[in-house]
Design a protein around this ligand. Structure first.
Ligand code: 5AD
Ligand code: SF4
Length: 470
């Protein structure tokens, strides 16, 4: 999966899968989620908050009384896609109104935060615009919108939104499957010069230990076997342990690993600067912590890393990778790369290729640099011409794809534990997840979903593996 724009600005879900419908004539909400996993998580929390107000989720936009676009602002095209989606929604709203049916439209997420009032100007059909820090106020904003107000709320709320957002009841958690996301940290204080996140998501905030543990226990009680801790800068998470001691993400992982029934833990996305010894120790000690690490480096040239304000050199990154591999030799590494950052020369780009050769990634996401208004990168002279970016991205992705295929091929013949997650494409098949986050097709019964079984990998296809039961 190394195509440009694959992870972050493509809609990841058309609608949330929610629990059983109760058959009442409640209002219906359709949520379209763009961007990263944090948005997926936020959409779930918003739908839980709306459920309290009688909103049921639907996957059919046509029957929706409320359409929410939970948006992403990481690259240019993402916001434009939102505006064109809003244009289409305006037509739908008009058509429904002609039939005497009201449809409200809300924009949430990072485009909402960045554009604010501008959305109301450019998209007259929009009723509410809510930034990521104020999702707990969404139900109230909708009430005000019902009374005819157009609401924009993009404040950085002082209160903790998560304390005011309900956690779904057991049946709903169960219906969502055996893997779940749990946001533990939001925002970023790193200020990489290409990135809008510090502006759209604000400064780093960590959720308290007790809140996280409670949510994780509820998820496990609802049948969840694997939890992925989320944060824009997840390994900058810090908290206070039960004895008043300072905790880093490593400590939190040791604590969560004690939850009976929780089989697997993952976390994403990490910054190399925040990989402390406690966290590396967790990779060495905890079998629950899966041997997979997304550790973006962005570039392999020290000059570019400096211009990006990454606060580390290529050599420091490589040393860190060595240390992590010494602690957990079977760990699979994944990364993010940007080509064509302002000032990037052929030599700088070659340095990135060399770093990739040295690390050998199991998975990667790569992008052409795109100028984000308001970031320091946007002010830089020496922007790289589009055709250079295209050519560099192609070379970079070819290399990463080779590594990815080699990693998958190397799995053939191995016996591994997979967590059975969902029905496969063929009847009688399920899709499971390897420790290294690969999808694995295997013959198994639907009643086995949630089980961890031992299989032998027999082959590979483009994006998944095949396996037989042992
Ligand atoms: N241009 C291109 N890619 C970007 N990313 C973040 N900002 C930009 C940008 N302005 C990529 C980085 C980051 C990932 C989430 O998105 O690689 O790690
Ligand atoms: Fe953006 Fe850098 Fe923060 Fe990641 S670490 S969210 S790339 S500013």
């Amino acid at each position: 999966m190394t195509k440009d724009s694959l992870t972050l600005d493509a809609p990841v879900t058309d609608a949330l899968q929610l629990g059983p419908r109760d058959g009442s004539n409640s209002r219906k909400v359709f949520i379209k989620t763009y961007g990263c996993q944090m948005n997926v998580y936020d959409s779930t929390r918003m739908s839980d908050a709306l459920a309290r107000d009688g909103y049921e989720s639907t996957e059919d936009m046509e029957e929706a009384d409320l359409v929410l676009l939970n948006t992403c602002h990481i690259r240019e095209k993402a916001a434009e896609k939102v505006y064109s989606a809003l244009g289409r929604l305006r037509e739908m709203k008009k058509r429904k109104a002609a039939d005497g049916r009201e449809m409200m439209i809300g924009v949430t997420g990072c485009v909402a935060q960045a554009e604010g009032e501008e959305i109301l100007r450019r998209a007259p059909a929009v009723d509410v615009v809510i930034g990521p820090q104020t999702y707990h106020r969404l139900p109230d904003a909708l009430r005000r919108a019902k009374e005819g107000q157009r609401v924009v709320d993009t404040e950085y709320a002082i209160e903790d939104k998560f304390e005011h957002l309900p956690i779904a009841e057991k049946a709903k958690i169960r219906a969502r499957g055996v893997t779940a996301f749990l946001t533990v940290q939001e925002g970023c204080d790193k200020f990489c010069t290409f990135c809008v996140v510090p502006y759209t998501r604000g400064s780093e905030v960590s959720r308290p230990v007790a809140q996280i543990v409670e949510e994780a226990e509820k998820l496990v009680d609802g049948g969840v076997r694997e939890i992925t801790l989320l944060g824009q800068n997840v390994n900058a998470w810090h908290g206070i342990g039960p004895k008043g001691e300072a905790w880093s993400l490593g400590d939190l992982l040791y604590r969560l690993a004690e939850i009976p029934g929780l089989a697997r833990l993952r976390y994403t996305t990490s910054h190399p600067r925040d990989m402390d010894d406690r966290l590396i120790g967790a990779h060495r000690d905890l079998r629950t912590l899966m041997p997979y690490l997304h550790l973006p480096v962005q570039a392999g040239s020290d000059r570019i890393l400096k211009a990006m304000n990454r606060r580390h050199t290529a050599a420091e990154y490589l040393t860190l990778v060595e240390k992590i591999r010494a602690a957990r030799p079977d760990i699979a590494l994944s990364g993010d790369f940007i080509v064509g950052f302002p000032g990037e020369t052929d030599q700088d780009f070659e340095d990135t290729l060399r770093l990739i050769e040295e690390v050998n990634y199991a998975q990667a996401f790569s992008f052409k640099y795109s100028t984000r208004p308001g970031t320091p990168g946007a002010e830089l002279k020496d922007q790289v011409p589009e055709e250079f970016k295209t050519e560099r991205l192609e070379r970079l992705q070819a290399l990463l794809l080779r590594q990815q295929h080699a990693f998958a091929e190397a799995c053939v013949g191995k016996t591994v534990d997979i967590l059975l997650e969902k029905p496969g494409r063929m009847p009688g098949q399920l899709i499971g997840r390897s420790p290294w986050l690969q999808s694995v097709n295997v013959d198994a019964k639907a009643s086995q979903i949630g089980d961890i079984i031992n299989v032998r990998i027999t082959g590979t296809s483009t994006n998944s593996l095949f396996a037989e039961l042992l």
